[in-house]
Each structure stands twice: as C-alpha cells, then as structure tokens.
Design a binder for this molecule. Structure first.
Ligand SMILES: [Zn+2]
Ligand SMILES: [Zn+2]
Length: 255
C-alpha cells in the first residue's frame, strides 16, 4: 500500500512534478544545447556550443595542398587553381578553414540559417591559431553586411565572429568598410553576376575617409563563406586604394 502510494503520487503533485521537469528541460535547453547541430547526437550539458565532441573533432583544418591565392584545395603539384590562373583578384591570399561540404556545411547552416549564435565561439576558437600563424601583424577587417540586414535579422554572423576575436581573444579588429545600398544577394547570382554585383558596392566608412593614415598596411578581411571571391576582391580594392599594401582574407568556408 505504502509502496504504491510512493510510486504513484497524487494528481496534484504529479502535475507539479511534470511542471518542474518541463521547466528544468526548458532552462537546460536555453543555457546549454541539447543536441548536436550536425549529427543530432547528445552534447555535454556543459558544452558552450551545440556540437558533440565527435563532430568537433571531424572539423579539423585541411592541411593538404592549397591554391596560393584562394586557398581552395588543389590536386597535383599546382600552386594555383585553374580559376585563379585565369581570373584576377585584388586580395593577395585567402585561407578558408573548411570546404563548404559535409560537417562544415551543416555547421554553417546551423550558424547562419538556424541562428545558433553560440557556434560563433567555436568558429572563432578555430580561426585564432590560423590567423596568428598565417597572418601575424594583420588587422582584421570584417566584410560588412548588406544595409538593413541587422534590422531585418537582428544580427550579423561576421560581426559576431569579429567581436569574439577582438574582445575574447584580443586580436586587432577595425570596422573600416560599409556596403552601399542596392544590388542583389550574392547567393542569388552566377559567377559573372556576382562580380558585377559588387563593383563599387563597398566603401571606406565616411568617418575613416576624413582621417588620414587610418587604413592599416596589412589587412585580413574576415568573412563567413567565400564562393567566387568577388566580394573579398572588391573589399581589397577599396582598402588598397586607400593605402593598404597587403590584403589577405580569412573565411570560415570556401564553396
Ligand atoms: Zn555531432
Ligand atoms: Zn585558387
């Protein structure tokens, strides 16, 4: 009798217990991710980002042979990919952490489209050693968002990365560029369309224009996904026109 009473609490208490469990789960899901954004597997409750250890391990940086200019993987002994041999870009070199496929693609979709902002801390942690070893003495300049993006979406993925690199990791960041109105979203266009779409679209912030010698000599543009490199090239042209000597780029992934 007593045992039965213990295992089946009165209806009122059941409701309270169910409520506590529900609240507990909601609080946990808010403060800590419950599933991995890549494989949906369990994530440690203390993990700062919704990524399981196995998927985090799979997200290693490709140490294979890469194109000197765009940083995309190349096969054979070539130092420059076919595309970079025929197309001129204004940046000196780009380094994508990942190819936009598989695990990295899922991660970036979760970050950008599903707005899992805590992934910025993970990505920044992976960016730091590459920035320090490959581009020492460069000032990070984030590629600015389209006008209205902050108002419409409430956040900018590249700015989140830049802020963490600056405030958590102490790297030099200068928000020098602004994107003008007009044009289309790059992802809606083909290669030639992307190139034309960004011409004249970026500029030095007006406040920077009025000051002399504020453009660093060595700049590292920061962006999330590089496809044709047209945006990075246009940003590099603007910076070089204002005095930068070397403009490289660090991107999370290359498509
Ligand atoms: Zn996973
Ligand atoms: Zn290339």
């Amino acid at each position: 009798m007593d045992t039965q009473r213990t295992s089946t609490p009165p209806a009122g208490i059941s409701r309270i217990l169910a409520g506590i469990t529900k609240t507990h789960a909601a609080v946990l899901s808010w403060i800590a991710p419950l599933g991995c954004v890549v494989c949906a597997g369990p994530v440690d409750v203390l993990s700062p980002w919704p990524l399981c250890p196995a998927c985090a391990t799979r997200l290693t940086i490709d140490g294979g042979r890469r194109c000197d200019i765009c940083g995309k993987p190349v096969i054979s002994e070539l130092t420059r990919c076919m595309r970079c041999r025929s197309a001129e870009v204004s940046f000196d070199a780009a380094f994508p952490l990942y190819s936009y496929t598989g695990t990295a693609r899922k991660l970036l979709i979760a970050y950008k489209a599903q707005k899992r902002r805590s992934l910025a801390a993970f990505l920044a942690m992976r960016l730091v050693p590459e920035i320090l070893s490959r581009f020492p003495d460069h000032t990070i300049v984030p590629v600015p968002p389209r006008p209205g993006k902050l108002r419409n979406e409430g956040w900018d993925q590249v700015e989140d990365l830049a802020s963490i690199l600056e405030y958590r990791w102490g790297l030099p960041v200068a928000r020098l560029l602004v994107r003008g109105k007009g044009g289309n979203e790059q992802k809606t266009l083909d290669r030639e369309g992307r190139r034309i779409n960004v011409v004249g679209r970026y500029a030095l912030l007006p406040v920077r224009k009025s000051l002399d010698n504020t453009v660093p000599g060595k700049v590292l543009l920061l962006d999330d996904i590089m496809t044709t490199g047209a945006t990075l090239s246009e940003c590099a042209s603007v910076l070089k026109a204002h005095g930068s000597i070397r403009v490289c780029a660090m991107v999370v992934a290359a498509d």
